[in-house]
Write a protein that binds this ligand. Structure first.
Ligand SMILES: C[S@@+](CC[C@H](N)C(=O)[O-])C[C@H]1O[C@@H](n2cnc3c(N)ncnc32)[C@H](O)[C@@H]1O
Length: 427
């Protein structure tokens, strides 16, 4: 298979290599801030800067934004255990694998996770970038180096359309396959002419993995809705149980293609008859609600009850908070022995009235150090840790649908964590 065209990307991998070598234990803030960029959006920015659009289109090389990858993962209910083996057969610069590491790290997962992610790509430059970015991400999260030889065993150059040992070992596949269109191979049973390589790739993944393996895939919407892919959909229905499907809208601001996420589990035995399933109905299984993307709790400090003992930190109270603002510094301080919160997060005033213009008046907190929060406020922390998600949430809380929904759910003056956790995140 032809693989040239990505050579320029090695300028980026060289800089990753230099950066990794510059790590010294107890690394400083500027190292960390550059590391954060390198494991987040910079890999895609550099792809757009260094590689021509023709080459990117030829190989369907468009990297998934971390926010999208992490959102898809959270909704897919990826359940990992000590023996898990997560594989991306078209890993690009490793965005999906890094998302797995970061999402799983935020849970109570007891095992090391970097050694459970495996990836292949046909481009050597991307394979190198994935190894280096996983190593940088590991340093960033654990402050310790990851075994380089092990990374070389986990991330390799391979054609994902040909069977390999990773497919057989995988318990989970997370993939965003190339979307380029190419002539159908003569052996293809479900279409003739030009077909999306995403459908071809999915065919191969399903063929090669073991029964019981879970697949989470981000796919172009045409596979779900196009008449050309009717037979392909029937094959997927027969060979896999469809556990969830979510429409995601435009892939990103650079690639004008609508995408959806699907969760499949390969059946032990293919069905002989095709049954209508989510894939045909195209349904969004569950509306997204607050608790799927945010952790919600009441501020723990009861000022007139709790002793002023423990570490002295900034202390956020409800009084004088300007609705819909962003706080970047705090004057009030207090000692407390309970939980403190790291920015960014949102606080919602607990007390509101039925007639209030906004029932869930909120403020973004984005201060440098951890702070204590008073119990007249509800703390809403994005699982992603992103300021952007806080900003999106403020828009949702301001939305009239939120007022109407809350008025239906709660008649009394106090908002509760239980109800807020179920708030639909209106699109
Ligand atoms: C849509 S990108 C996704 C990359 C990465 N998984 C992500 O989401 O950021 C598709 C990737 O597939 C790779 N690719 C294309 N054909 C391939 C093949 N036959 N085998 C393995 N990788 C392939 C491209 O080089 C590209 O990196």
């Amino acid at each position: 298979m032809r693989t040239e065209g990505m050579k320029e990307y090695s300028n980026f991998t060289d800089s990753l290599d230099d950066f990794l070598k510059s790590f010294k234990s107890g690394n400083n803030e500027s190292w960390r801030s550059q590391a954060c960029k390198l494991v987040d959006g910079l890999a895609s920015e550099e792809l757009r800067r260094l590689v021509s659009i023709e080459a990117r289109r030829d190989f369907g090389a468009f990297f998934t934004e971390s926010a999208l990858a992490e959102k898809v993962l959270r909704h897919s209910k990826f359940r990992l255990s000590r023996g898990s083996f997560c594989y991306d057969p078209a890993c690009g610069a490793g965005n999906l694998l890094i998302a797995i590491v970061n999402v799983i790290n935020q849970t109570k997962f007891k095992f090391s996770i970097t050694d459970k992610v495996y990836g292949t790509d046909i481009h050597n430059e991307f394979v190198n970038a994935t190894r280096l970015r996983l190593a940088i991400n590991h340093l960033l999260r654990n402050d310790s180096e990851f075994d380089n030889a092990q990374l070389h065993r986990q991330i390799c150059v391979a054609d994902g359309l040909i069977n390999n040992k990773f497919y057989e070992q995988a318990t989970h596949v997370f993939v965003n396959p190339p979307y380029n269109v190419a002539d159908a191979n003569e052996s293809l049973t479900w279409s003739k002419g030009k077909v999306s390589q995403a459908a071809v790739f999915m065919d191969k993944i399903i063929e090669f993995i073991s029964p019981g393996t879970a697949i989470t895939a981000i796919l172009p919407d045409v596979l779900r809705s196009g008449s050309r892919y009717e037979k392909w959909r029937a094959i997927v229905n027969k060979t896999c149980r469809i556990e969830g499907l979510e429409l995601l809208g435009q892939f990103d601001k650079y690639a004008d293609v609508d995408v959806f996420a699907i969760n499949l589990v390969k059946r032990k035995k293919a069905l002989s008859l095709s049954v209508p399933t989510l894939l045909e109905q195209g349904a969004n299984v569950e509306p997204e609600i607050m608790e799927s993307s945010f952790d919600v709790c009441v501020g723990p400090v009861v000022d007139n009850r709790d002793p002023r003992k423990g570490q002295s930190l900034g202390y956020l109270v409800s009084k004088k908070l300007k609705d819909w603002s962003e706080i970047n510094s705090l004057n009030l301080k207090r000692r407390h022995s309970g939980r403190s919160f790291k920015s960014p997060f949102v606080v919602i005033k607990r007390t509101s009235r039925l007639g209030d213009r906004h029932r869930a008046a909120a403020v973004i907190v984005n201060v440098p150090d951890p702070i204590y929060v008073d119990n007249h406020l509800i703390v809403v922390k994005p699982k992603s840790g992103r300021l952007n998600d806080c900003k999106q949430l403020l828009k949702i809380l301001k939305d009239n649908r939120t007022n109407n929904w809350l008025n239906q759910q709660i008649r009394c003056r106090h908002l509760t964590v239980k109800i807020l956790s179920k708030l639909p995140l209106w699109r």
